[in-house]
Design a protein around this ligand. Structure first.
Ligand SMILES: [Zn+2]
Length: 329
């Protein structure tokens, strides 16, 4: 996988990149940034690129990729970068204490000591308060970059001490072109993935790489089948996926339902290439409402196998015309 080191390689986030380039050029970086926006649109990639720009020994405009600093960043062994991310459910105060230690010393090799906090909304209240202290009187060489999809879940006092940089969903063509041009996916599949991605390249890649499209196919196929054993088997297999992937699977199912509904009214080009030909015939509002409840249930530790089995049955009864022998591409 190609390493992205330069801000000029960031897709489709012109205003964020412009703002950062200007700060680099003028040498007036904020001591704390919050990069916020949907998942998979380049927030972390941009943060990492910014560090290359700051640390590269040869060029602040275009990181060279070959100096010692760039190489250490490539290998994630640069001593002046610290990355914090949730362990299991949250980021705890112990991790924030490590930042305090880290900031006690001047940078060893770079002009800054950078603290990159991933999923910053997962800072628990004690950790958030401790971080606030570090943000109140940071040493001049400290640079915080907080990455989050949910800025509303950060302490307002953290937000007010930081410069907020907003990232937006990517345009569909951008995602499609990337999938075709860089990842060499075939055109039809790239079209499907980009329309399922809701503007998130990360999501498009996750769907492609995790085999979720195949699983969505088998779920739809199972609901069209009269065989109970097949329904159980599919529910059991899919239930082994981690919760985040199951949520994504339910989202995809919801999109399939809406697209089934819309495609009856307008002619959608490349409608779900790589997906089953059959369409959902029932009431899409009710079905999507049902899926919303199913998603909530996942968070309450409902047995996922049972939940998937119920979904399969729901699809069968609410869309009785799903052809039993529907062709799975
Ligand atoms: Zn370099």
């Amino acid at each position: 996988m190609k390493v992205i080191r330069s801000l000029s390689e960031i897709l489709c986030q012109e205003s964020a990149v412009k703002l950062l380039r200007l700060a680099l050029e003028k040498g007036i970086l904020s001591h704390s940034y919050i990069f916020c926006g949907p998942e998979g649109v380049g927030k972390e990639t941009t943060a990492r690129a910014l560090i290359y720009h700051l640390f590269c020994h040869f060029s602040k405009d275009e990181p060279c990729g070959s100096c010692l600093a760039c190489k250490k960043l490539d290998k994630a062994i640069h001593p002046d970068v610290k990355i914090l991310e949730p362990e299991k459910r949250d980021i705890r105060i112990e991790s924030v204490r490590e930042i305090e230690n880290f900031l006690r010393y001047r940078p060893l090799e770079a002009p800054y000591r950078v603290i990159l906090i991933l999923q910053a909304e997962k800072l628990n209240p004690q950790a958030g308060n401790a971080l606030l202290k570090s943000l109140e009187e940071p040493p001049l060489y400290a640079l915080f970059i907080l990455i989050t999809e949910r800025i509303d879940q950060l302490l307002p006092t953290i937000v007010s001490r930081s410069q907020v940089v907003r990232f937006r969903p990517l345009r569909r063509e951008i995602i499609k072109n990337y999938l075709v041009g860089i990842r060499q996916y075939d055109e039809g599949l790239a079209e499907t993935l980009s329309s399922l991605s809701m503007g998130s390249l990360g999501k498009a890649l996750a769907i492609a790489e995790s085999g979720l499209l195949e699983d969505l196919n088998s779920l739809i196929q199972a609901s069209a089948s009269k065989k109970r054993a097949l329904k159980f088997k599919v529910a059991e297999k899919l239930a082994r996926r981690p919760k985040e992937e199951l949520e994504l699977l339910l989202n995809l199912l919801g999109l399939w339902i809406w697209k089934s509904y819309v495609s009856k009214r307008v002619n959608l080009p490349h409608f779900f290439e790589g997906l089953t030909d059959c369409a959902f015939e029932g009431n899409p509002h009710q079905a999507v409402g049902f899926l919303g409840k199913a998603r909530q249930a996942l968070n309450y530790f409902v047995n996922p196998e049972l939940l998937l089995y119920n979904i399969i049955n729901y699809l069968e009864t609410s869309s009785p015309n799903l052809p039993a022998n529907s062709q799975i591409k």
